[in-house]
Design a protein around this ligand. Structure first.
Ligand SMILES: NC(=O)c1ccc[n+]([C@@H]2O[C@H](COP(=O)([O-])OP(=O)(O)OC[C@H]3O[C@@H](n4cnc5c(N)ncnc54)[C@H](OP(=O)(O)O)[C@@H]3O)[C@@H](O)[C@H]2O)c1
Length: 259
């Protein structure tokens, strides 16, 4: 069985995707920074689903990270047919009160690392008759988001890049899907530093489980969909802004996300 390379596999949506693929008897290469969490997950997948589960503890925001991944694949002579670019995070707050380093690190991980990994691993993916790339974007891609301004822009990038590449690669045997989750019960909000009751209440009301989001993403990937938005409310919030003046949307989102 070929391997699925999954970034951000130590927790949250990426971990759930690894479990779903292992249940389908797919071998996995798990990547994130937390080596202990990765090893524990790999042991569980090997024991419960009898798959080959490898780990690569790595900070993907490093400039040589994509090369390290492809060197690792080459050294271990791995056959890969799935790349899931899931690792990502957000930075919440008034832009000028956030740390510039953190914003740039986020842009590096959410965009540069995703593009570099895709570029480095495409030759391996093309060796198989059918391969898949699943990029994890966000419903933040569909409108500007005050107080998550740079994060939302990185996700617009992921969506646009994924759709363009889907069309470019349509005759290549590599299918590209973009998954755009809305609020999901993971450690995302904590990492983004979101300490707002208003946001927490909205997430409690509309949030989905990481497992449900992962299931929808993996299904969309194997169904060769271009874009998938999990959940009815998220579909509506992605669809309707195109009929409403942008200023109104931005003011409403700004009121919700204001620190
Ligand atoms: N949760 C939401 O509400 C939500 C909504 C829309 C979109 N998303 C997107 O979904 C994706 C997954 O997020 P999540 O919700 O599952 O959040 P999460 O629970 O915080 O998981 C993020 C994953 O990315 C990894 N990661 C973070 N920084 C990394 C780095 N520098 N190098 C390597 N790995 C790194 C983390 O592992 P380590 O910390 O071990 O490195 C973890 O495995 C992200 O792209 C996020 O933008 C989430």
């Amino acid at each position: 069985m070929a391997f699925a390379v999954i970034t951000g596999a130590s927790k949250g949506i990426g971990k759930e995707m690894a479990i779903i693929l292992a249940k389908k008897k797919h071998d996995v290469l798990l990547i994130a920074r937390s080596s202990k969490e990765l090893s524990e997950l790999a042991e569980k997948l090997k024991k419960e689903y009898s798959v080959n589960a490898l780990t690569l503890p790595l900070d993907l925001s490093g400039s040589d990270a994509a090369k390290s991944v492809s060197d690792n694949i080459l050294a271990q002579k791995l056959d890969i047919d799935i790349l899931i670019n899931n690792a990502g995070f957000g930075v919440w707050g008034a832009f000028d009160s956030t740390k510039l380093d953190e914003q740039l690190n986020m842009m590096q991980l959410n965009m540069q690392s995703l593009v570099s990994l895709t570029h480095k691993l495409l030759p391996y993916l093309k060796k198989n008759k059918q391969s898949y790339i699943l990029n994890v974007g966000s419903t933040a891609a569909y409108q500007s988001m005050p107080y998550l301004s740079a994060y939302a822009a990185t996700k617009s990038f992921v969506l646009s890049f994924s759709r363009g590449l889907h069309e470019e690669l349509k005759d290549s045997g590599v299918c590209v899907t973009c998954l755009s989750p809305g609020p999901t019960e993971t450690s995302f909000m904590e990492r983004a530093g979101m300490k707002s009751q208003k946001i927490a209440d909205a997430a409690d009301k509309f949030g989905m489980s990481g497992e449900a989001v992962a299931q929808i993403g993996i299904r969309a990937m194997f169904n060769k969909e271009t874009e998938a938005i999990p959940g009815g409310v998220n579909k509506l919030t992605a669809f309707f802004p195109r009929f409403i003046p942008k200023k109104l949307i931005e003011r409403t989102v700004g009121n919700l996300y204001k620190p």
